[in-house]
Design a protein around this ligand. Structure first.
Ligand SMILES: CC(C)(COP(=O)(O)OP(=O)(O)OC[C@H]1O[C@@H](n2cnc3c(N)ncnc32)[C@H](O)[C@@H]1OP(=O)(O)O)[C@@H](O)C(=O)NCCC(=O)NCCS
Length: 142
């Protein structure tokens, strides 16, 4: 599959994964995939993408941009494996700090990040639109 096909698949499954629909358009996925400092890991089952994690590296830091697993496949450890594999890859590339922003109302994701050792750094007021929400900023030392 080329970047365009991956982008199309990612957009399609993200419509179902995220409570408020896909956070990115197909072309946003495609341009992110084309950047050299983007790291992405997929989880496939029967040749279909079931889950994915996307990070962006800058020197010894990285931002976790998106992580998601299709409903129906959640709570099977898929996201845990994706995060572990991503941390291993980032470590090999000399990344030390992993940051992320998450909607404060996204209890599912916050509980996942807490479980994996992310610490809260602060709250960014009105960070999200459609719908409006504050962001919790979190960090993991890897
Ligand atoms: C967050 C998410 C990626 C976790 O994926 P997953 O494959 O189900 O996670 P795992 O099975 O590896 O880990 C499960 C852990 O996640 C957390 N979790 C998952 N679903 C949860 C829920 N409904 N309520 C509370 N905690 C939940 C818990 O910490 C859980 O640990 P536990 O089983 O000991 O309670 C998944 O719920 C998802 O895709 N959410 C929608 C997309 C999203 O909001 N992504 C984050 C912002 S980019």
């Amino acid at each position: 599959m080329n970047n365009k096909n991956f982008a199309r698949q990612l957009k399609k499954i993200s419509n179902n994964i995220f409570e408020h629909g896909s956070p990115w358009t197909e072309s946003q996925f495609e341009s992110q995939l084309m950047q050299a400092n983007t790291e992405i890991i997929y989880h496939f089952e029967d040749d279909e993408i079931i889950g994915y994690i996307i990070c962006q590296r800058v020197l010894d830091e990285a931002e976790l941009l998106l992580i998601g697993v299709i409903p129906g496949y959640k709570h099977r450890g898929i996201a845990t494996q994706l995060l572990k594999d991503m941390c291993q890859r980032l470590k090999q590339k000399k990344v030390l700090h992993l940051f992320l922003e998450v909607r404060v109302k996204n209890i599912e994701a916050i509980s996942f990040y807490d479980k994996h050792g992310f610490k809260e750094l602060g709250i960014r007021k009105n960070y999200y639109k459609h719908p409006n929400d504050d962001a919790k900023i979190m960090q993991l030392e890897i």
